[in-house]
Structure formats: structure tokens, C-alpha cells
Ligand binder design. Structure first.
Ligand SMILES: [Ca+2]
Ligand SMILES: [Ca+2]
Length: 243
């Protein structure tokens, strides 16, 4: 079983550079959920819009840095001329669980560093804890790539993560989609698979669609909540060779 973390990045600032009004959310994605075990790293491709101006653009991160490490690459851009969109690769690492949720704020600036700086926008990051379990209740999570069947995956609810908010139709495991039930169009079921009092979402993905190779040890899960917050996560797998 692996930890599941929901990271919400919210941006709600409007900035103007060189007289050009930027989009309502100059920083994309505006909201993201990340699912990953402590000690591992999630990456998010992030885009920052700037207006018609030659300027430096950089970022600063603050928050619960003892437990949550947030950094972006590159550290900044020098003398860029807009309007343009700048790309950053954001890495979010849970160093340890110092109580949940964990918080961080990333602020983007333009201007000349140390001389004049104006805020482009901020991200508010909050991390809540939940759990993900491929083949709930069993370990190792053996997968026979030659199987015509399905693999069950449980997104486990907790005090800080409501698994019933996940839209099962959006869930994919290693590129494999969720089995939809007959004419109903429903997918997944809500049940308490680990008997901890919190409702869990169980889906089944098609084994044939799994983008996994012999030797792979992890499978990534992606999906969205009903409100459109994307999330991702991973759990260990053991690939069994087809006979
Ligand atoms: Ca398992
Ligand atoms: Ca449960």
C-alpha cells in the first residue's frame, strides 16, 4: 500500500505587464492533485504567461519546508520578451508527514531581481493524505500481462481524503482504462474494502491495456475528481511473464 496525496494548487491573481492584461490565471495548471508516496517526487509542467515586456521572471517557494519540498526548474528566466509563455518543471516531494495537510506557496515575480519585483501570481499548495492500493488487500501486486482480465485498484478514503469525490470514469492505471458496467455506464463501486470506516472507491482496469513491461516495478494511476481536480499516484507491481 502506498500513500496517496492530494495536492491542490490554486491560482487566483490577475497581473498586468507592460500594459497588457494577462489571462485570469496566468499560471497553469491552476489546480492539480498529486498522488505519491513519501520520499518520492511528483513533477508538474507549469506555464506562466507574461505580457509585452522585456523582463526577468523568477519564483520563490515558502511553506512547511521541513516536510514538503517544492522547487521549480529553471530558477528563473533572464531578459525574456513577451508576450510569451514560460515553462517550468515543478517538483513536489513529501519529505515526511509532519501532520496533514501540508502547505506551501509558490510566488512568481517579474521585474529585475533585487531591484524591482512585481507579483505575477501565487499558487497555494495543500497536501492531504490518502491511500492507493492495487489489488486491495493482497501483496505483492502481481500482474500477468497475458491476462484477458482486469486488475482491481482501490483509492482509499481517509480522514483527509474523500474517495467518493473521485470520478471513476476518469481513472486510468498505466494507461489502462476502467471497466464500465453494461448499459448503466457506471464504473467502480463505493465500499469500505479495508474496514476502517472510510468509504473507498474500487475500479477495475483492463490488463491488456496496461502500458507495462516485464521488469517494471511501479504503475501510475491518474484521474480527476468530479470537480475537475486532476490527481495521480503510484503503487508497486510485480510483472508476471505470460506462459
Ligand atoms: Ca495490494
Ligand atoms: Ca476504507
Amino acid at each position: 500500500m502506498r500513500k496517496l496525496i492530494a495536492v491542490v494548487l490554486a491560482v487566483a491573481l490577475i497581473a498586468t505587464i507592460g500594459g497588457v492584461a494577462l489571462a485570469q490565471s496566468p499560471i497553469e495548471p491552476a489546480e492539480v492533485n498529486i498522488v505519491l508516496p513519501p520520499g518520492s517526487i511528483a513533477t508538474v509542467e507549469k506555464k506562466v504567461e507574461i505580457g509585452a515586456e522585456t523582463t526577468d521572471v523568477w519564483w520563490e517557494s515558502e511553506g512547511d519546508t521541513a516536510n514538503l519540498d517544492v522547487a521549480l526548474d529553471p530558477a528563473g528566466y533572464d531578459d525574456v520578451t513577451g508576450p510569451t509563455t514560460l515553462s517550468f518543471t515543478e517538483t513536489i516531494e513529501v519529505v515526511s508527514w509532519g501532520g496533514v495537510p501540508l502547505y506551501a506557496t509558490v510566488t512568481f515575480y517579474y521585474g529585475e531581481q533585487g531591484v524591482s519585483e512585481t507579483v505575477i501570481g501565487t499558487q497555494e499548495i495543500s497536501v492531504t493524505e490518502g491511500y492507493l492500493d492495487i489489488k486491495p488487500g493482497s501483496y505483492p501486486n502481481s500482474i500477468n500481462l497475458g491476462s484477458n482480465g482486469v486488475v482491481p485498484v482501490a483509492i482509499l478514503g481517509s480522514a483527509s481524503f474523500d474517495a467518493t469525490t473521485v470520478d471513476p470514469l476518469t481513472v486510468e492505471l498505466a494507461g489502462a482504462s476502467v471497466r464500465v458496467k453494461g448499459k448503466s455506464g457506471n464504473a467502480g463501486s463505493l465500499e469500505d474494502v479495508n474496514d476502517d470506516g472510510f468509504t473507498d472507491l474500487v475500479v477495475h482496469v483492463y490488463t491488456k491495456q496496461l502500458d507495462l513491461q516485464p521488469g517494471d516495478t511501479e504503475a501510475e494511476l491518474t484521474g480527476e475528481t468530479y470537480s475537475g481536480l486532476p490527481f495521480r499516484g503510484s503503487d508497486s507491481v510485480r510483472i508476471v511473464q505470460p506462459k
